[in-house]
Ligand binder design. Structure first.
Ligand SMILES: [Zn+2]
Length: 449
């Protein structure tokens, strides 16, 4: 038996454990001390610091270890180039202190710890072919409960960080009935680990792709706003079996501002979410990674054509029928209040439709002259609060709001600007606190700001 190389898909932990077990030392601790001068090394980590040691002692290229025996590939498309390079360098040099943080494992609170997983059928095959059952990468991905190859429920072995363990080393008889149905999530996770179709995700394109598919499944309206509550409920139903596991409960944990999966659609510019969060939504929306990819590639173009067709349609139905009726009533001399009652709309809504259609309403808003209107628009675009603008122009807030309702795109923009402003303030406070108290934990920092 040749123990000097790694088996297909074997984790680094597994290889290290095998060296300790089969190196012929009388005790594992003696082996550890002899190998790397300490018996206190963290072995059971998805990203152990031992890449340089393995590479130097077994003459295996560091890049090969990284690519074929860690789950870096699984994280890569979600990381962005700069963070990816950072993590890669850290792993290649063995300086892994911040790797979990950079990968978003800490911030997403999805630290999978304390357990290693194996599949009985894979273990049987390994025993037959290699004489030893070892830990596979493909079974250790977050939230996996079945083997992506065999559909068998994964078995769990609890380990501490320094524990030295392998899967059970005896052949197990399998019951026919134990075979589960293929699981989309496991397939998508396995694909993420092994794919070479593309490099990094473009988040704009990715969320567009989700939105379009959610529209097809009636979880988004024509404007592609997502029905978050319905979606979350349906996702919970879909993953009911998985949600019995703690890892999935963590994945679905609600965050007050942006519960899952709503969080994937906002704030993606600055946070990166754990791949499992994306993969769970992908596997729910698409039947295969291939079908997802084909939609992903044409998402931006499809989004454009979606908006073209639906805006035209909406304008035709809404504007031409309802708005024309409102304008006609207005021209017949009916009061805004009467029209509002008849159309079951608010007076403000009727007023803005009349103004948008060229009707002259005797109101303060109508007295907003063109140069003022342009100046107001500029202020609105900068995100200045309507009340402040009103004060500056000596107009009512209602008048400013009316200008705003005539430009619905500004409403979205202002929402985003407000969000960014809030985020910037928060971030400034945070980085100040981090500098001031570098040794504080997340929770201590949270209390501080
Ligand atoms: Zn298997």
């Amino acid at each position: 038996m040749d123990y000097s190389g790694l088996f297909p898909d074997e984790t680094l932990t597994s290889f290290i454990v095998r060296q300790l077990y089969f190196c012929g030392y009388p005790h594992i601790r003696i082996a550890q001390n002899d190998f790397w001068g300490s018996d206190n090394r963290q072995i059971n980590s998805p990203f152990p610091s031992l890449i340089p040691w393995i590479s130097d002692n077994f003459n295996i290229e560091r890049n090969v270890l990284l690519k074929n025996h860690t789950s870096l590939n699984y994280f890569k498309p979600f990381l962005g180039q700069s963070k990816y390079q950072l993590v890669k360098q850290a792993l290649l040099t063995g300086d892994v202190e911040f790797v979990q943080k950079w990968l978003g494992i800490t911030s997403n609170r999805v630290k999978a710890g304390g357990s290693l997983y194996y599949c009985l059928e894979c273990a049987n095959e390994d025993l037959k072919q290699y004489g030893v059952a070892y830990w596979h990468r493909k079974h250790q991905m977050y939230g996996l409960i079945i083997c992506p190859v065999h559909g068998q429920e994964l078995r769990e072995t609890q380990v501490t960080r320094r524990h030295v363990a392998l899967p059970p080393q005896q052949h197990c008889e399998l019951k026919e009935s134990a075979v589960l149905l293929p699981n989309h999530f496991a397939n998508f996770s396995h694909w993420a680990l092994t794919q070479s179709d593309f490099d990094m995700f473009d988040y704009e394109r990715l969320t567009n792709c989700y939105r379009l598919e959610l529209f097809n499944k009636e979880f988004a309206c024509k404007s592609l706003r997502i029905r978050q509550k319905c979606l979350r409920e349906d996702l919970q139903d879909h993953y009911a079996a998985e949600l019995k596991h703690a890892a999935w409960q963590t994945l679905f944990t609600t965050n007050k501002t942006y519960p899952y999966p709503c969080q994937l659609f906002y704030n993606y510019h600055d946070c990166h979410f754990h791949p499992a969060k994306h993969l769970a939504l992908m596997a729910y929306l698409f039947s295969t990674p291939e079908s997802f990819l084909s939609k992903y590639y044409c998402a931006n173009e499809e989004l454009e054509s979606h908006f073209n067709s639906h805006t035209v349609k909406r304008e035709r139905t809404n504007n031409t029928v309802k708005n024309k009726l409102i304008l006609n009533l207005f021209r017949q001399g009916k009061s805004l209040r009467n029209i509002a009652k008849q159309m079951k709309l608010s007076v403000t809504a009727v007023k803005s439709k009349v103004v948008a259609g060229g009707g002259k309403v005797k109101s303060r808003a109508a007295k907003v002259f063109e140069p003022d209107r342009r100046a107001i628009l500029r202020k609105l675009m900068m995100g200045v609060p309507t009340g402040d603008i009103a004060k500056g122009f000596n107009l009512s807030t209602g008048a400013i709001e009316q200008v705003l309702t005539q430009h619905p795109e500004l409403v979205e923009l202002r929402k985003y600007l407000r969000f960014r402003a809030k985020q910037m303030t928060h971030r400034k406070l945070l980085s100040k606190a981090v500098k001031e108290f570098p040794r504080y934990t997340r929770n201590q920092l949270k209390k501080k700001i």
